[in-house]
Design a protein around this ligand. Structure first.
Ligand code: MLT
Length: 217
């Protein structure tokens, strides 16, 4: 467990030479270890950067404060999102991974902070897998997300994440130019084996397409 760079986190170097780093973001009550097996299953050999959310809700780690279920503390969300973006940039320097190939994998609260990062720091994340995400905030200015690949996996029976809210997030991202693939299933909040398999397939196609900054000129 490392606690420098401002976040308690785990970093596992990549082994497959793809240069991709998965930024792994847990749900409410999770911690930095929890989704590492999932990430290794989704993209074997990719580097993994997994921070622990710094907000504590009665002891449950989160990535930003909420006032009630589904009602977010906007000011804290903005602050925490910038803080997370700075952490990713500092971690790239410290560990030497390619900042132009960072792909978010977030679940629930982690997916929401990933969505917030996409909206507030366009270009930082090169792709994202959002499991059970909702709108973090309505952006006042539409960012340019041209061609950003985003996979969203949502449950029609999710009691934590209202389906119309997930759809709204997909619309916001698509209107900004992202290449959104929103997949619905008749499931609830917990992630299912089938969705993990679909995300693995999606990443298998998406990761090799990420080109480094140098290659783009
Ligand atoms: C959130 O607070 O980000 C969402 O309601 C999902 C969650 O509880 O993690």
């Amino acid at each position: 467990m490392m606690s420098d760079l401002g976040f308690v986190h785990r970093y596992l170097p990549g082994e497959d030479g793809s240069g991709a780093t998965l930024l792994v973001l847990h749900g409410t009550g999770g911690k930095e270890e929890d989704l590492i097996p999932l990430a290794q299953d989704l993209a074997p050999g990719a580097a993994i950067l997994s921070p622990r959310g710094k907000v504590s809700e009665y002891g449950a780690p989160r990535f930003f404060r909420r006032l009630a279920e589904g009602v977010f503390d906007h000011e804290d969300l903005l602050f925490r999102t910038h803080e997370l973006a700075e952490f990713v940039e500092a971690a790239a320097v410290q560990y030497g991974f390619d900042l132009s190939k960072v792909v978010a994998v977030g679940y629930s609260n982690g997916a929401n902070v990933a969505a917030s990062t996409i909206l507030l720091h366009p270009g930082l994340l090169r792709a994202a897998v959002l499991f059970r995400a909702m709108v973090p905030f309505e952006p006042e200015v539409t960012p340019d997300l041209s061609g950003l690949p985003v996979l969203m996996a949502a449950g029609r029976m999710d009691r934590m994440i209202p389906p119309d809210n997930t759809q709204r997030l997909a619309d916001i991202l698509a209107e900004a130019g992202a290449d959104v693939d929103l997949r619905w299933r008749d499931v609830g909040h917990p992630l299912t084996y089938e969705e993990v398999g679909e995300a693995r397939e999606w990443l298998t196609v998406t990761l090799p397409k990420l080109s480094g900054v140098q290659e783009n000129g």
